[in-house]
Design a protein. Structure first.
Length: 343
């Protein structure tokens, strides 16, 4: 730790630059994860290759820069690559740098993994409306284990024995996972009872367990309600623009029209279209009937995971500074009179 401080004093730009480059490299790997995990493919083999089948040489696999230097086209066949590739790399690099600048070293290092999980989960959910167990369950387990290994994740530090700090941090992570999953599960069950149909996927429930493991119960609550507010702040203006100007603006990522058979049936039809070699870049239900993109509104399913992830990221990087004191004051207001009355 003293060495880190000495380097920061001499070269204050060094570690932020390292975090940015490290994040860009991770972003390149996350692009592989986002594409291959939902397809059930290995993220290790084969190596990066173009859609035409040619392997991508190392000098054409430099994060962020290569896409711009090559004009977004492959050297081997001239095929265009999506702008998402450099965007994910730049997003990851920026968030890693922000984590290092805003957080203590232990929290920043653990945050690298947390941020990577949230980015991968977000784009997979936008693409497929699903959250893989490798991201949700794996992330939850990783958050608990890291909490035992690095008590500083949850702010436990000082002269007390490491074992005691480790136990406190691990228990905090497990409570956070339980609160996050439990609260959103009850919200999902209540919404399902009211709407008489599935309102939220179980992947969102486990994702909140992952967020709670890294952020504690306060971060889990902030992720749920903060994510809902952020999602609402996006969806309502888009719906208004659609109604007023008639602009077809689908929600974040791929929007699947639920139709009378539900979201699962729509996804099944899309997979069937892929198997037949048909284009599946557009939603199945509405465009086949009307030739128009489905608009946000009742009957259109949009992924909730990205908003939960965004809420968790905002909390982890900055919002804990004001969210924790506020939530703790609410707890004291509710529970102190009960405890005092009990004794």
């Amino acid at each position: 730790m003293d060495t880190v401080r000495e380097i920061e004093a001499l070269l204050p730009w060094f570690f932020p630059v390292v975090a940015f480059v490290f994040g860009a490299c991770w972003g390149s790997f996350l692009n592989v994860v986002i594409y291959r995990v939902p397809a059930g493919k290995s993220v290790v083999t084969p190596g990066s290759h173009c859609a035409c089948g040619q392997p991508i040489p190392f000098y054409d696999n430099i994060p962020i820069l290569t896409w711009f230097l090559r004009g977004g086209k492959a050297r081997c066949c001239g095929q265009k690559f999506s702008f998402r590739y450099p965007f994910v790399e730049l997003l990851t690099a920026s968030l890693f740098t922000a984590a290092w600048l805003l957080l203590p070293p232990a929290q920043a290092v653990a945050g690298f993994l947390f941020l990577a999980l949230m980015i991968a989960g977000t784009f997979i959910d936008l693409d497929t409306m699903t959250l893989p167990d490798a991201i949700t369950i794996g992330g939850c387990i990783a958050g608990v284990l890291l909490s035992f290994a690095l008590p500083g994740i949850h702010g436990y530090s000082g002269d007390e024995p490491f074992l005691l700090l480790s136990l406190r941090s691990g228990v905090t992570a497990m409570i956070g996972a339980a609160v996050g999953s439990g609260v959103i599960l009850w919200i999902a069950l209540s919404a399902e009872a009211v709407l008489k149909k599935e309102a939220m996927g179980f992947g969102d429930v486990i994702l909140m367990g992952c967020i709670g493991a890294f952020c504690g119960w306060q971060g889990a609550l902030f992720g749920i309600f903060g994510g809902a507010l952020l999602g609402t702040a996006f969806v309502i203006p888009v719906m208004i623009l659609q109604k007023v100007f008639g602009i077809a603006m689908p929600g974040p990522g791929k929007v699947v029209a639920a139709g009378k058979d539900g979201v699962s049936a729509a996804l099944d039809k899309e997979e069937a279209a892929k198997a037949e070699g048909k284009s599946s870049d557009t939603p199945i239900e509405d465009k086949a009937k009307t030739g128009e993109e489905p608009q946000l509104g009742m009957g259109v399913a949009i992924p909730f995971g990205p908003w939960l992830a965004l809420g968790g990221v905002v909390y982890y990087l900055y919002a804990w500074r004001f969210a924790d004191p506020y939530l703790e004051s609410i707890c004291q207001l509710i529970f102190d009179p009960v405890l005092n009355a009990s004794f």
